[in-house]
Ligand binder design. Structure first.
Ligand SMILES: C[S@@+](CC[C@H](N)C(=O)[O-])C[C@H]1O[C@@H](n2cnc3c(N)ncnc32)[C@H](O)[C@@H]1O
Length: 185
């Protein structure tokens, strides 16, 4: 059955600075991101996390952000350009079902999947693609909103990640979210 996908017009709200009052990318991301890193972000929307990722990876790093909705990608590019960060953001429009990131194979230092896995047609193949994109020792920061994903559903997503070869490294606390850090051994 097709999953509900966040409509593009909600992208403005989801990327609004007001959301930082609940949880702030500038506080969440620094422990996981260093200058020069390659970061993969599936489902960036209009860039609530992407812009902070781009700041943190610096001029020598890059953020590969893949989304299935043209309006999300357009909004993300607009906002990245306004912030002077577009050069660091490789924003890609992809088909649902595959992220189309074979070119990253074994090179991504970090993947960020925030509020996106519950929208995907198949979590199992998603985690396999993440595992393939990450370098050994790379991490996936994975968060799902408590309002959309209950505890049992999150555990079965973690099970799918484990089958794909990702190991649970941490369970950080992010308000209103179920969260895990997973590592590619
Ligand atoms: C709820 S929004 C979250 C946006 C962003 N991660 C954030 O937390 O601000 C979910 C995003 O995932 C995207 N998405 C849904 N299915 C996808 C898929 N199969 N591949 C890539 N992106 C997808 C949607 O278009 C939307 O931009």
């Amino acid at each position: 059955m097709a999953k509900h996908v966040c409509p593009w017009w909600l992208g403005y709200l989801v990327a609004s600075p007001v959301r930082r009052l609940m949880y702030d990318p500038a506080k969440i991301l620094p422990p996981y991101v260093r200058e020069g890193m390659t970061v993969l972000e599936p489902g960036p929307g209009m860039g609530f996390f992407t812009l902070e990722l781009a700041r943190l990876v610096g001029p020598s790093g890059r953020v590969v952000a893949v989304d299935i909705q043209p309006r999300m990608i357009e909004g993300l590019k607009r906002r990245a350009a306004r912030a002077g960060l577009l050069e660091r953001v490789d924003a890609r429009l992809v088909a649902s079902g595959s992220m189309g990131v074979k070119d990253l194979a074994g090179t991504a230092d970090l993947a960020l999947a925030f509020a996106v896995v519950h929208e995907l047609p198949a979590a199992a193949s998603f985690f396999i693609e993440i595992t393939e994109a990450l370098k050994p020792g790379g991490h996936l920061l994975f968060a799902e909103p408590t309002g959309h994903v209950n505890a049992a559903q999150f555990e079965s997503q973690l099970q799918a990640a484990a089958w794909a070869g990702l190991q649970l490294a941490d369970r950080p606390s992010i308000r209103f979210n179920r969260t895990a850090v997973l590592k590619k051994p």
